[in-house]
Design a protein around this ligand. Structure first.
Ligand code: GAL
Length: 414
């Protein structure tokens, strides 16, 4: 072969590679410490397949900002290849006709046999896969600073009475009892754990999944709201507007005693080099040990035109469900793999407890979708109830009765 022939061959090889390699623009809101590490794992997985990752991160815990930006991008005909969209919103986006059918990937990778059916159904629209799930987050956790509790001589609470006893002890010791970030989605996250703890799983389902008017207007709901508002009295005056990870940092440093937050908070503890059991504890939010509010993150795939990018998008979908990715991603994210039958040897005790409780609560009927994290009801209804809950949290003059009426009215939003 002459030099020129060799050069020509090399050029052909590069062009073929270039045609195969595509770009995937991925919208997500994972910008905090543990979240960013998890997102980096996703990026590395895609890059290992020879594709280019175009980061489309929109900061803002809970994803409200990201969803607003996504809407304007899709409306202007410029959708990203993949976007972090969850729960019933997946159906809403699919109904707009903008999501891609990724059944070929799902069939080849046998997703139907690797996912809990309840999760698989959410990832499908009219029987076709339109999204790939990455994890299972548990929302009903209480994160505890072992140092702060030791200093205060407080006992880790298992029910609401014990919670307020511990909060008093922390306060007396000069420690902020509850680390909170006053943003609507964080208020809502605390609210749903209080609802689950005070009312139990059946109440939670009737009130916050079925939106039953009698339950929303009933006595248990009123008790939930009183308890919720009492929690606020143990937060600090700088809570309004604070990002969730900064609230977690207060617990990490022992400035605050506890935080009610999903297990993405564990990602922050771990990223800060902290060890569960030793530096901090993960326990079920008061009264919720036998229940589980789930929050499954997933990536919806948008319709694309460019062949190479479609290939890259499919490779991303396949990679997301691989055992390697599910392990490394979830170790950083604080969640557990959504893929069934994974080896959890590398996971900590919080993740092992989560995994055990996920299976047990699925059997007992107390596995419930997180309303605060868009798993339970349509997005417009979620937003309306969330706003009503935060109005009550923020307005110390609003009565429980008025709040209850507002929430029940918001639940009728379609
Ligand atoms: C949740 C999301 C988690 C985590 C959290 C805070 O809605 O499911 O993955 O990122 O928001 O940003």
């Amino acid at each position: 072969m002459t030099l020129i022939q060799r050069a020509a061959l090399a050029a052909i090889a590069t062009t073929t590679l270039a045609v195969k390699a595509g770009e995937v623009e991925v919208l997500h809101w994972w910008t905090a410490g543990g979240e960013a590490k998890a997102a980096a794992a996703l990026k590395a997985t895609l890059q290992a397949k020879g594709h280019t990752w175009k980061d489309f991160a929109v900061a803002g815990g809970g994803g409200d900002n990201a969803m607003t930006v996504l809407k304007s991008r899709v409306v202007s005909g410029n959708a990203p290849a993949a976007a972090q969209i969850k729960g019933p919103s997946l159906q809403e986006w699919a109904a707009e006709g903008v999501l891609a059918n990724i059944d070929d990937v799902a069939k080849a990778e046998k997703w139907d046999s690797l996912l809990p059916p309840a999760v698989a159904n959410v990832m499908k629209y009219k029987g076709n896969y339109i999204a790939a799930p990455v994890n299972v987050h548990r929302v009903n956790w209480l994160w505890v600073s072992n140092d702060a509790f030791k200093k205060a001589g407080a006992k880790v609470p298992t029910n609401w009475d014990e919670f307020f006893v511990a909060a008093e002890a922390l306060k007396k010791a000069g420690i902020i009892p509850v680390a909170h970030g006053g943003q609507n989605w964080q208020d809502f996250t605390v609210f749903e754990s209080v609802a689950l703890g005070v009312g139990g799983a059946d109440f939670y389902k009737k009130a916050l999944v079925q939106l039953d008017p009698a339950t929303l207007n009933g006595a248990t709901m009123s008790k939930v709201l009183d308890t919720f508002k009492k929690v606020k009295t143990y937060t600090d005056k700088n809570a309004p507007g604070r990002d969730w990870n900064l609230a977690t940092a207060m617990v990490i440093k022992g400035e605050a005693g506890m935080q009610m937050m999903g297990d993405w908070a564990k990602g922050e503890f771990v990223a800060a080099g902290k060890t569960p059991g030793k530096d901090f504890s993960c326990v079920a939010a008061p009264g919720t040990a036998k229940a589980f509010t789930f929050n499954v993150d997933s990536f919806a795939m948008f319709k694309l035109k460019n062949e190479a990018n479609i290939k890259a998008q499919k490779d991303l979908a396949a990679a997301i469900m691989s055992t390697d990715f599910q392990e490394v991603f979830n170790l950083n994210k604080g969640s557990i793999p959504v893929r069934l039958n994974m080896n959890l040897a590398k996971f900590d005790d919080c993740a092992k407890l989560s995994s055990k409780d996920f299976v047990e609560t699925a059997k007992s009927g107390s596995l419930v979708p997180s309303i605060a994290h868009q798993m339970a009801v349509p997005s417009a209804t979620t937003g309306a109830i969330q706003d009503a809950v935060s109005q009550f949290w923020n307005d110390d003059k609003m009565s429980t009765k008025d709040a209850q009426a507002k929430i029940a009215a918001a639940a009728r939003t379609k």
